[in-house]
Ligand binder design. Sequence first.
Ligand SMILES: *Cc1c(COP(=O)(O)O)cnc(C)c1O
Length: 428
Amino acid sequence: MKELYRQLGIRPEVYAYGEKVLAGLRPRFDAIDATAEYNQAKVLAAFQKNRVDASCFAATTGYGYNDVGREKLEQVYADVFHTEAALVRPQITCGTHALTVALSANLLPGDELLSPVGLPYDTLQEVIGLRPSPCSLAEYGVTYRQVDLKSDGTFDYDAIRAAIGPKTKLITIQRSKGYATRPTFSVEQIGELIAFCKSVKSDVICMVDNCYGEFVEREEPSDVGADMVVGSLIKNPGGGLAPIGGYICGTKTCVDRCAYRLSAPGLGQEVGANLGLMSALFQGFFLAPTVTAGALKGAVFAANLYEPLGFPCVPNAAEDRHDIIQAVELGSREAMVAFCKGIQCAAPVDSYVTPEPWAMPGYDDDVIMAAGAFVQGSSIELSADGPIREPYAIYFQGGLTWYHAKTGILMSLEKMVEAGLAVLPAAL
Ligand SMILES: *Cc1c(COP(=O)(O)O)cnc(C)c1O
């Protein structure tokens, strides 16, 4: 094994350090496997209940009326998320698009949007209009309020109560930390926050940006009161096989409006050909619980590998996980580049290219991204990215298999050691 890893470019000392770290992680990995088993059974039951069969995989084109596969896929999603309805479409181009549809469908001019968990994910800032952009919610007369988290990362309930007013129509809760160094929220915490918001205003719509959180726990935010949960199919629920897409699961009222916004008033969910993508979307969703588990093991491994070397990790090495993202504060641009080089050269696709920081649409700072993915930009596949700004944190996620995640993380450390930016412990 050591020799094989050496051939891949990982020196024996890095491999040995990795094995030492892994030896202590057995109970953590067993718990991850138990969650995967639970979620696998949940997904399987939804497939069987909906009598998924080969007719679901047939391609449709044109308007896509009476698309059996599409309708069953949406029912399967609704059953897994325990919601009345679901909109799962290749026509939803990405997570930002899914969130934009959910927000713009359910907010009208004069309404107010509230984020009680601080600044939303970078790309949503233009959607809301925090950074001016054509067609932002602000341009359509939707106002925005924000309550920051308290300095210890908890919800500021007094400020949230004060911020909910007559205009407050929709509350957006981002589960994952995104490119911030705050904690990711557990489903239980999200449930408490939703219950509090609804106790202040019973008819307020609570939407959860569920990106990277799907199948990490046994429950989803829709099990604890969310009216809509929203995410991307090139993250967890696509299982690495979905080549595109997004989902919105929630109440029939909310999801209907999303469908009218996505296609057109009067058409709604009735149109949208599947273009032959159904088998990938079904099969990806079927694999998603185990793929997510592999990614989760990678995140736990990375934190336990890097933290003892002096790099602060969020979540830290011991903490419970509520998403698949691992932030590692590397402290410099050079270290971010070295880390990403390692992830990139461990990839099955594009292993020979070198990642460089670059200006990306939707992001304020230069961003570095490492990914050698079958689906371009897929971040359920092994990938690392981060904006080049203090504290120079790299956000690491994915891995279609745990073993590939392991290889990539070891390779990132190899590149850091090679560049003199990390020092292995003296005694192995
Ligand atoms: C990835 C992500 C998004 C946006 O998804 P894209 O598919 O990149 O547009 C939104 N919110 C969070 C928390 C995310 O992680």
